[in-house]
Design a protein around this ligand. Structure first.
Ligand code: B3K
Ligand code: ZN
Length: 866
């Protein structure tokens, strides 16, 4: 039988931040004893509980689908003292300290939600954040109850030779009937969401790290024996992250062991359980034949992210789930800083901003908008969002910019020192920054409570006679659901001025703090007309509107000394051109062609930067700039500009392609940059329709000695109709059909195709023998990718919407949190024409009518309908 959620007959209750109350009971110590078996695992729990404060309330232990097989209070089975209140176990306790023992039975192999203890490819593993622990045993399952854990694991030795939990292994041995056991102790008090166990038959890549104070740490990355050769990159990233956190934040590792386990079935990227990180295998396994350069970067970024949580999340955790950005926003910033230090900071920043604009800006502009510290939720799993993570990181990055690196570091030191071992709040973080720097951050706190992307309007005027230039800034924060009126928020804008005639810097970069609705900045001694460079490095997560001409943008794209600003000017030029093209059916491509040519042929530029700068903004991003999104018109306008760029610069693309082609595979930043540029150039040649495009792409596919080139060529072929397309797709499938992670790429490439018949292909692929709803990566590879393909998803027939809704309903029966993540594209109906909007709303209604809907999907679908 499947593990099916119960129906949300009446709307689920709303949990509010303002209702926070400290826990009634604490659990300083817990011991857990697991008799592990996929069909039936017995869990024996011993909780030492203490009354917290002066009250007479009972002990309430959260449970989800658990039946108490035994309950003992101080060793006695007192049947009158406890009762079930819905899924929770409630115990009346006379004194202030008691020992509670419970026993439950759970069935990991029937756990399709992948929350709690579940089975994946022959192993048993856990996922507890945010509220999975209550599916394992009765406990106050909230992040502000911190306990010291002793965990005993017992299992069949042949099936599960490896038994892992948090902390350090303290004991273990053999038992009768082929069973064995291990004991683990974690000396650091932690909340339930950081608990983990693994029982498996895996091999380890072992290594070591000595912390700067001399602690020797045994490192191990556990994977299936066949995958051992794909763990070197993750191990190198882990050691680099450990060293980086010591140097950049003064944070050292604190246990004798650090284990990472890779699993194939996982609801998201990875999990920072204390001393035992559990990973989606796609963020661990990498070798040149199966992982692209982007995959390598993601592996390093996620390994570092989870490691950094050891301080920002584990040593200092969250008081309640409304504070999620306290650990996630800060840890994303830390992993971004790490990645920037490892490679090209400019390209890294461009990638961060592109991700923010693709995922967070639409969220902030739609029905699911929420502040980085939300005020209310039905299901907290729905709030692991780009807003909490990526905008959360941008907010802390602004603090870094405003306070300066030194004061920021003093603030983070104070935060860690003050709150070590505590469950803290976002307010605690801001106060530590304030106390360490002496800055007044009273108004800055608005960023935690207000949703919506601020719009900054900037104009510059110049009086040649007086030599004065005046920068006028204005700010508005749009209304969002539940927040009709907003207050302007302080935001740091990095600004510089360049001379139009001489190309020189008139005013070097300065940070202008826009700390109200408007501001004026005066520049003296400005002889020639200044060109404004603003929000350099993307110093604030805002939309900047300027009246800069195409000529000014082209000038900045060639002359700005901030690489991000240079990229941004080019993007703006491209967006402006495309918006005009969509509105009028025609546009002057010449300024974009000239700017791209200059960038492409500038020998001083890093190819990795060039590859980013010459790429057109996505169809979705162009849509975000329009009041009513017209997907076919955007597609046509963008394809026309791509074709024009391809033809006009054919020689230059061929030259860039040829230069990159000579590059032999190695994993270094210059080699990566050349590979990226190579496929970008190939894409433009194909867009131009040059006669040999498909042959070139097929040759690249065929001769590739790495996945970046191979997948790049396949992606270019997949957009077209040449016979090489089917040949390459078939070859790819045959070569990689046994490798789930690579097969995901095969599904994604087809789902992202620009062809008009992509919806047919996607419907067919959903019936393919390798498509399964049991694996979240596979669902995302087809359904998630397809919903991001603006033209195909928004096909006027409504088939795309119907397909997505069907998938949501089917996935929800197995895995509600993964189903709920598929919904947001349907919630964007307000931005589309009446026909599409009606079709999208009809599908949202159909989802809401499905029997047995989870609260995860109910919350997202009902809010999306508005
Ligand atoms: N903290 C986990 C995310 C858990 C998501 C639960 N729905 C991974 C991370 O952000 O590092
Ligand atoms: Zn995280």
């Amino acid at each position: 039988m499947l593990d099916i959620q119960t129906a949300a007959v009446s709307p689920p209750p709303v949990i509010r931040r303002e209702d926070y109350r400290p826990p009634d009971w604490l659990v300083p110590d817990v011991s857990l004893d697991f008799r592990l078996d996929p069909a039936e695992t017995r869990v024996f729990a011993r909780l030492s509980v203490t009354r917290n404060g002066d009250h007479g309330r009972p002990l309430r232990l959260d449970g989800d689908g658990l039946d108490p097989l035994a309950v003992r209070i101080d060793g006695q089975a007192l049947a009158d003292s406890w009762r079930m209140d819905g899924p929770a176990l409630v115990i009346d306790l006379p004194g202030d300290a008691h020992l509670i023992e419970t026993e439950v039975a759970i069935a990991p192999e029937r756990n399709t939600q992948l929350m709690g203890l579940y089975a994946s490819a022959g192993m048993l593993c856990t996922q507890c954040e945010p509220e999975g622990f209550r599916r394992i045993t009765f406990f106050p399952d909230r992040p502000d109850v911190l306990s010291r854990y002793t965990v005993r694991l017992e299992a069949d030795e042949a099936t599960y030779p490896l038994l892992l939990s948090n902390g350090d292994r303290t004991d273990g041995g053999g038992l009768a009937e082929g069973r064995h056991w291990a004991e683990w102790r974690d000396p650091f008090p932690k909340p339930t969401y950081l608990f983990a166990l693994v029982a498996a038959d895996l091999s380890a890549n072992r290594d070591g790290f000595t912390t700067r104070s001399g602690r020797a740490v045994d490192l191990a990355i556990w994977v299936k024996p066949a995958d051992l050769g794909k763990t070197e990159h993750a191990m190198a990233a882990l050691k680099a992250a450990m060293a980086w956190d010591e140097q950049a934040y003064g944070r050292e590792y604190d246990l004798g062991e650090f284990n990472i386990v890779a699993v194939a079935d996982f609801n998201f990227g990875a999990m920072e359980n204390k001393g035992l990180n559990i990973f989606n295998s796609r963020y661990i396994l990498a070798d040149p034949d199966t992982a692209t350069d982007a995959d390598y970067d993601a592996v390093a970024g996620v390994v570092a992210h989870e490691y950094f949580h050891n301080w920002s999340g584990n040593r200092v955790t969250c008081r309640d789930w409304f504070q999620l950005s306290l650990k996630e926003g800060f840890t994303v910033l830390r992993d971004q800083q790490f990645s920037a230090d490892q490679g090209s900071p400019a390209v890294n920043r461009i990638e961060n901003v592109r991700a923010l604009r693709a995922a967070q800006f639409p969220e902030d502009a739609g029905p699911l908008a929420h502040p980085i510290r939300p005020d209310a939720y039905m299901e907290i799993s729905n709030f692991y969002t780009a807003t909490v993570y990526n905008k959360g990181a941008e907010v802390i990055r602004m603090l870094h910019t405003m306070l300066g690196a030194q004061a920021f570091r003093l603030g983070s030191d104070l935060y860690f020192e003050r709150h070590d071992g505590q469950a803290a709040t976002c307010e605690d973080f801001v106060r530590a920054m304030e106390d360490a720097s002496g800055a007044d951050l009273a108004d800055f706190r608005l960023w935690y409570g207000q949703a919506g992307t601020p719009r900054v309007h900037a104009t510059i005027t110049h009086e040649p006679a007086s030599g004065q230039a005046r920068l006028t800034l204005g700010q508005t924060v749009p209304a969002t659901p539940g927040q009709p009126d907003k207050t302007p928020m302080p935001l740091p804008l990095k600004v510089a001025l360049f001379g139009e005639l001489t190309g020189t810097t008139i005013a070097p970069e300065q940070v202008v703090l826009l700390d109200g609705a408007s501001k004026e900045v005066l520049f003296e001694g400005v002889g020639e007309r200044p060109v404004l460079s603003i929000n350099r490095g993307f110093s604030a997560p805002v939309v900047v509107e300027t009246d800069r001409s195409a000529a000014d943008l082209a000038f900045l794209s060639a002359n700005d000394d901030d690489p991000f600003a240079r990229y941004e000017a080019m993007q703006q030029l491209m967006v402006d051109t495309l918006v005009v093209a969509v509105a009028t059916g025609e546009a002057d491509h010449a300024p974009v062609i000239a700017a791209v040519e200059r960038t492409l042929t500038d020998p001083a530029l890093d190819p990795a930067f060039v590859a980013e700068a010459v790429l057109l903004p996505s169809e979705a991003f162009v849509g975000d700039q329009m009041l009513v999104v017209d997907p076919p018109a955007i597609h046509a306008a963008r394809e026309a500009l791509r074709a024009a760029l391809g033809s006009a610069l054919e020689e230059e693309w061929r030259a860039a392609y040829g230069k990159a082609q000579a590059n032999r595979y190695e994993y270094t930043p210059p080699a990566k940059g050349l590979r990226r540029l190579r496929t970008v150039a190939l894409g433009y040649l194909a867009a131009a329709g040059v006669a040999d495009a498909a042959a070139l792409a097929f040759r690249q596919y065929d001769e590739a000695d790495n996945m970046t080139d191979r997948q790049g060529a396949l992606g270019v072929l997949a957009n077209g109709t040449a016979p090489e397309r089917e040949e390459a797709l078939d070859l790819f499938y045959e070569r990689y059909r046994a490798n789930g992670l690579v097969l995901d790429k095969w599904f994604t490439t087809q789902a992202l195709s620009a062809r008009a018949d992509t919806i047919d292909a996607v419907e067919r692929l959903a019936r393919h023998g390798d498509f399964t709803l049991a694996n979240p990566n596979r669902i995302r590879s087809l359904v998630g990718a397809f919903a991001a393909n603006q033209r195909a998803f928004h096909d006027i027939s409504g088939r795309g919407y119907r397909f997505l809704a069907d998938m949501v309903i089917a996935v929800d029966r197995l895995n509600p949190s993964t189903a709920a993540k598929l919904i947001p594209p349907l919630g964007r109906w307000r931005r589309f024409d009446e026909t599409r909007a009606a079709l999208m709303k009809a599908e949202l209604r159909r989802v809401l009518e499905a029997a047995g809907l989870s609260k995860d999907v109910f919350e997202q679908a009902s809010k999306s309908l508005g």
